[in-house]
Design a protein around this ligand. Structure first.
Ligand SMILES: Nc1nc2c(ncn2[C@@H]2O[C@H](COP(=O)(O)OP(=O)(O)OP(=O)(O)O)[C@@H](O)[C@H]2O)c(=O)[nH]1
Length: 413
């Protein structure tokens, strides 16, 4: 059941909460995990490279440029940690590199968060790579310049840390918290896959720099982050394939997959918005889109184990597994009534028709909150006597036609 099993990873709550839960688990189980995996510790040192490379490669076919760049940033950061930050932080040069990296990584992630989504292999991607190389060169110059100088004044003032808690300067802890807050709230607000990729990377990089004295903290944290980035990519690709972009419910492909795995008993219902063409002509295509989203929302509340899909255009499908049509008709009639009784507030869009007389009339008497109601017609059929899903779908379509013929806003069998 692809549409069901992955839906959970697409929810904003899981996109935000899962990295946090895994971070807490990692912190509390790090030592015991390292003891259990002590013979394979060498593997942990290459695991982030392998997983992050996979993320970069898999980002390409799904046009997830931001996720690819996030993984690239993490890979560069991990390389620097492994090759330049393996001596104690009391060493001046190591400390400069540590602070520079711990500062530039969240700033780069914040920048990615603010940039639009683009492909990695594009002018945008090339520009970003040049920018990254320039930062590395600048960083190398800064390190060379300041390595031999006494920076104790800087460490004791702006970059003051509380060594009993963390070697990370307080100012940088605040930077991680504020960038984390911005990226975390973006997940809850717009729920994009790349927001989770950036938030996850920030969280696990923050943990790494905060607990930098812990053995294997970077390889463990960067590996967990890379696994989450991979999961995020798989979820995004699943979303592209199975979820209808407009309504957010599973689309036709998901329905077709489900129809191949049905048992003997099931009911299918076809739902169609009444006079939708007229509605679009009067209120505009964008308001029509709002209606489709609204209908999808109502459909998701249907009880009785209903699975809902957008069939295409203004048509939707409801699937009840293990149920005959008599057991489903009340649920569908309730849906029909709920939609018919709902007064939808019309949002103002510029595409509302200017030459349509009805549209002009409506706008003239428009109050601040203009509302409309829509109705739907539903036809349903179950898998008796013919178990073939195509035949059941056809029968549901014929029942829908009957509902339309008998005056619309009806449920027919
Ligand atoms: N806004 C919007 N309209 C769509 C979308 N997909 C299809 N439509 C419109 O849906 C309308 C369907 O019209 P018809 O098939 O004539 O059906 P109807 O007007 O609902 O009439 P009845 O089904 O007989 O009640 C067409 O005008 C399409 O342009 C969409 O994604 N968004």
């Amino acid at each position: 059941m692809p549409s069901i099993s992955f839906a959970i990873f697409r929810s904003a709550g899981v996109r935000f909460g899962l990295p946090l839960i895994l971070a807490v688990l990692m912190i509390f189980s790090l030592e015991s995990v390292l003891v259990s995996f002590s013979p394979y510790r060498g593997l942990l040192l290459v695991l982030p490279y392998v997983l992050l490379s996979l993320v970069i490669l898999l980002s390409q076919p799904f046009n997830q440029g931001k996720t690819a760049l996030t993984a690239l940033l993490m890979m560069v950061a991990f390389y620097i940690i492994q090759n330049y930050l393996q001596s104690p932080l009391s060493d001046n040069q190591t400390r400069i590199i540590y602070v520079l990296l711990a500062t530039l990584l969240p700033l780069n992630l914040l920048q990615l968060h603010l940039l639009p989504e683009r492909r990695l292999f594009s002018r945008f991607g090339t520009g970003y790579l040049i920018f990254l190389v320039c930062q590395l060169a600048w960083g190398a110059l800064v390190v060379n310049h300041f390595a031999g100088q006494d920076l104790s004044g800087l460490w004791d003032s702006y970059l003051y840390a509380l060594p009993d808690i963390s070697p990370l300067p307080v100012l940088l802890i605040l930077l991680y918290l504020s960038v984390g807050l911005a990226c975390g709230s973006a997940i809850l607000k717009r729920n994009h896959g790349y927001d989770q990729a950036i938030f996850t990377s920030l969280l696990f990089a923050g943990i790494t720099f905060s607990a930098f004295d812990q053995d294997f903290i970077s390889s463990t944290a960067f590996s967990v982050a890379a696994v989450l980035l991979l999961l995020n990519l798989i979820t995004c690709s699943h979303e592209l394939a199975y979820v209808d972009q407009l309504t957010g419910i599973p689309g036709r492909r998901a329905l077709e997959t489900e129809l191949k795995h049905l048992g003997r008993t099931y009911t299918l219902a076809m739902l169609d918005v009444d006079h939708f063409k007229k509605f679009n002509d009067t209120h505009g295509h964008k308001t029509g889109d709002d209606v489709l989203r609204l209908v999808a929302q109502f459909m998701q509340r249907v009880r009785g184990g209903a699975e809902v899909f957008r069939y295409g255009g203004e048509e939707f499908t409801v699937l009840f597994k293990g149920k005959e049509s008599n057991e489903c008709i009340d649920h569908l009639d309730q849906l029909r009534q709920d939609i018919a009784n709902y007064e939808m507030v019309i949002r103002q869009y510029d595409d509302r028709p200017s030459n349509n007389q009805k549209g002009v009339k409506m706008r003239k008497k428009q109050s601040k909150q203009e509302t409309v109601t829509v109705t739907v017609s539903i036809g349903l059929a179950d898998s008796f006597p013919d178990h073939n899903p195509a035949a059941v779908l056809k029968a549901a379509d014929e029942a829908l036609y009957k509902a339309k013929k008998s005056g619309r806003n009806k449920v027919s069998q």
